[in-house]
Design a protein around this ligand. Structure first.
Ligand SMILES: Nc1nc2c(c(=O)[nH]1)N[C@H]1C(S)=C(S)[C@@H](COP(=O)(O)OP(=O)(O)OC[C@H]3O[C@@H](n4cnc5c(=O)[nH]c(N)nc54)[C@H](O)[C@@H]3O)O[C@H]1N2
Ligand SMILES: Nc1nc2c(c(=O)[nH]1)N[C@H]1C(S)=C(S)[C@@H](COP(=O)(O)OP(=O)(O)OC[C@H]3O[C@@H](n4cnc5c(=O)[nH]c(N)nc54)[C@H](O)[C@@H]3O)O[C@H]1N2
Ligand code: SF4
Ligand SMILES: [Mo]
Length: 741
């Protein structure tokens, strides 16, 4: 048999950095994956996870066929049988108890697939449920809320223009390990170095001396949960010292005076003791930011997953506006993705259009806080959740009070999971439906191209054939057809064809569309070489801001054009987008939205409370890990133990625990026993434990992960403390007691 070797290029879908990969295939098997040196965005950069798509593809524990549960036993079944079981489990719940009795939990990888952004909404609509939960409420929901209130749309999120800035103030982010979040940029190490080489400055604010803090020009330790206070103090100084200069945005902004008058209560002197940052340092940082020719503030997980996450997220953009950095090169800018639609002024963004049944939490962006999912399952009464659909999520390990949720999942009448592993969450599922491996699917970054520090377009066709799995869009469509009535035997291809035809017709009838009045048959004729999400992508690209408008602009974008450019197409640096992007009722930036002003006033009252003593727990990430999964790949988990408790020498001494010894970490929610690493890379009074571990529960199929299980840090986070405005869980700054075992 002749041996054929081919080299293909694709985008890594594992994290937000969107690195280009060069994949060598020999006789149907991948022999090597390395960074694509010609990728227009990543230029060859990858992290240790990028090349492990091969090991993920080959992992014997990764599911290739549907798995069902009969009693205590698991069985592999045909796709037909699996969908018949879903129908038998799901339909009676919907028919007898209504759509709300079926909850959905959507996990992080949905943002990294083509199916997630396009096919989940129809599925949720088909179920007809308000009980929608996702990883967004353990992550970035505060950013959606502050953006929605300030700019009109929760997805109008400005990103730091790190390639052109002269000053980057970064809080609660560690992109040298996470590779960046809400700021898509492959090769943060290189981009930070370039910033420093052009004379710029990086200041990192973090209770730990993280990898990013180590390369920064300045690192400030901060008491967990106090970023909003620090940021407010910077705002106070900008006003007090007359340094605020919004420039061209002055006339486009409402509420500057309101913010100025509230900020008075947060002087550096008033917050310094809380934050653990000297007042003089806060003043200096404010002056440096104002004086820098270009500057930007960027905050992430550590500023969002805290009690005042939305206020902190808002303050980041308040400062960006006040220093003249919002919507300006080198500041915080709004990307324009190749598939983007023009903003439509609609109803102004608001939250609380409905509330959660048990605890009355307001809906935000169509979903409820995942911290209350267990309550909705366990609490009797009308509208109680009896069935669950999970797609690409592992909430038992990734959401607060994991033990509670674990018990709740065990009590459901029916659960179906779309997932590639039998893990801590999906072990409760009656049916598991596996998507293809990342190497045997198409890829385009619908989510991260809208959060990218440069406008880039990239499309990857499948590298390998599927090995029994079903395309994820087809799984989701079949689930939708079951939930809405046509049933397990209905043809997803028909639904798909109907969907694209109605999308095209809508555009043709829309006077503002670039294909207004064109012939639908002609347009569909162009599109029909593809199906599923690739066909929708082709439509979106061709009618998008850089599109070929079906032949009108031969240089314009289409899927075919992207296939011709396997290293991606660079659409240039970010461009100013205000006021065009604003969809607030006033058409202006709302700097002082009422809900945020109320919450900020509540923050001010906390300055009068006595500070809490004792240890506060924060999280951290590791380069060779990815939330709760990828722990089943030997290449990534081998070596030094990663799930350890970092502790300052003074605190270790006080608790009488030594380096390398095991300690008990406990609070009123739960307890874990974990090995301690004593280090002065963490500030006194703070301990750190990564999340996503705890693979020692029965009934999973994770042979490698189970041998290095670690502990679940979310046994210590409670479902009771949330950021009020966003419903985001508080995952950082958790009070704990550490003791010797
Ligand atoms: N204490 C603490 N908790 C945290 C965090 C923290 O910092 N501290 N971080 C939070 C954050 S930011 C996030 S995003 C969440 C993540 O929370 P989740 O999204 O719930 O968890 P993941 O670990 O990302 O789980 C991903 C699941 O998707 C499956 N999967 C992988 N690829 C695919 C695919 O292509 N299709 C499908 N259908 N399934 C796939 C995996 O097998 C796994 O079961 O965790 C949060 N939890
Ligand atoms: N290797 C790897 N990469 C990942 C992931 C992963 O699990 N592993 N997960 C991906 C996901 S889903 C996301 S959302 C992103 C997240 O990406 P990042 O936002 O960069 O998240 P982390 O790396 O957890 O860094 C958060 C930092 O905040 C600090 N911190 C904790 N509490 C506070 C606080 O109160 N104030 C301040 N100022 N800092 C605080 C922590 O010490 C930590 O260093 O990473 C993504 N990339
Ligand atoms: S940084 Fe690593 S995981 Fe993230 S896209 Fe690049 S190679 Fe993939
Ligand atoms: Mo995340």
């Amino acid at each position: 048999m002749s041996q054929t070797t081919t080299t293909t290029f694709r985008t890594c879908p594992l994290c937000e950095a969107t690195c280009g990969l060069e994949v060598t295939v020999r006789d149907g098997a991948v022999t090597r994956i390395r960074g694509d040196r010609e990728d227009v965005f990543s230029g060859g950069f990858i992290c240790p996870k990028g090349s492990t798509l091969r090991q993920l593809h080959d992992d014997p524990d990764r599911l290739r066929a549907p798995v069902i549960r009969r009693g205590d036993r698991r069985e592999q079944v045909s796709w037909e049988e699996a969908f018949r079981m879903v129908e038998a489990g799901l339909r009676p719940v919907i028919e007898q108890q209504g759509g709300d009795a079926v909850a959905a939990y959507l996990g992080n990888p949905n943002s990294h697939t083509m199916a997630g952004p396009l096919y989940l909404k129809p599925l949720l609509k088909a179920i007809g449920t308000k009980n929608i939960f996702s990883a967004t409420t353990v992550d970035q929901m505060p950013k959606h809320v502050s953006s929605g209130l300030m700019f009109g749309h929760p997805d109008s999120i400005p990103v730091p223009d790190i390639d052109r800035t002269g000053y980057l103030l970064m809080l609660g982010a560690n992109p040298l390990v996470s590779n960046g979040s809400l700021a898509t940029a492959p090769d943060w190490p290189g981009r930070i170095k370039a910033l420093q080489e052009r004379g710029g400055k990086l200041v990192v604010v973090d209770p730990r001396r993280s990898r990013t803090a180590r390369v920064a020009d300045e690192h400030l330790f901060i008491r967990p949960g106090t970023d909003a206070l620090l940021l407010f103090a910077i705002v106070a100084v900008l006003f007090e010292e007359d340094l605020a200069s919004p420039g061209r945005l002055s006339d486009l902004t409402n509420g500057i005076a309101e913010v100025a008058s509230l900020a008075v209560r947060f002087s550096p002197e008033a917050v310094a003791g809380r934050c653990g940052v000297p007042a003089e340092t806060i003043r200096r940082i404010a002056r440096e930011l104002a004086a820098a020719p270009t500057g930007v503030v960027y905050g992430r997980i550590g500023t969002h997953t805290v009690e005042f996450g939305t206020v902190a997220s808002w303050l980041v953009d308040v400062i960006n506006l006040l220093i003249g950095g919002l919507d300006a090169p080198g500041g915080a800018m709004f990307p324009l993705a190749a598939h983007a639609r023009p903003p439509r002024p609609g109803r102004p963004f608001r939250t609380g259009r409905w509330t959660s049944r048990v605890k009355g939490f307001p809906e935000v962006r169509g979903e409820l806080p995942v911290a209350t999912l267990a309550d909705e399952i366990e609490t009797p009464g009308d509208g109680r959740v009896r069935a669950l659909v999970t797609v690409a999520g592992n909430p038992v390990l990734s959401t607060p009070d994991g033990a509670h949720l674990d018990r709740a999942l065990a009590s459901l009448d029916f659960m179906v999971s779309v997932d590639c592993y039998i893990n801590e969450t999906t072990r409760h599922a009656d049916v598991i439906l596996p998507p293809p491996s990342p190497l045997s699917r198409s890829h385009y970054d619908f989510t991260f191209s809208t959060l990218s520090v440069r406008n880039i377009a990239n499309f990857s066709p499948p590298t390998l054939d599927r090995t029994g799995e079903m395309e994820e869009w087809e799984i989701l469509t079949r689930l939708a057809l079951i939930a809405s009535g046509p049933g397990a035997e209905a043809d997803p291809a028909l639904a798909d064809a109907w969907g694209i035809a109605s999308t095209v017709n809508q555009a043709i009838n829309d006077p503002d569309s670039p294909i207004s009045g064109r012939d639908p048959e002609e347009i569909l004729g162009h599109l029909n070489q593809y199906r599923g999400p690739v066909r929708i992508l082709d439509f979106l690209l061709r009618t998008g801001p850089y599109g070929d408008r079906f032949g009108e602009d031969p240089d314009g974008l289409s899927v075919a054009k992207l296939i011709e450019h396997p290293h991606g197409i660079d659409l240039g640096p970010l461009q100013p987008r205000l006021p065009e992007l604003l969809t607030t009722a006033s058409g202006k930036i709302e700097l002082a939205p009422a809900p945020i002003m109320e919450e900020a006033a509540r923050l001010a009252t906390t300055l009068d409370h006595a500070p809490v003593n004792g240890l506060l727990l924060v999280g951290r990430r590791h380069l060779r890990s990815n939330n709760s999964w990828m722990h089943n790949l030997e290449v990534l988990v081998k070596g030094k133990e990663r799930c350890t408790l970092q502790m300052h020498p003074d605190d270790a001494q006080a608790a009488d625990v030594g380096d390398g010894e095991e300690a008990k970490v406990a609070n009123s929610t739960g307890a874990v026993t974990v090995r301690v690493v004593v280090t002065d890379d963490i500030m006194p009074g703070v301990v750190s434990l990564p999340h996503g571990w705890g693979h020692d529960v029965p009934g999973t199929q994770l042979g490698v992960a189970a041998r290095r299980p670690g502990v679940n840090s979310n046994l210590l986070t409670s479902g009771r403390s949330l950021d009020t405005l966003s419903g985001n869980a508080v995952l950082n700054g958790i009070p704990v007691v550490v003791s010797r075992v």
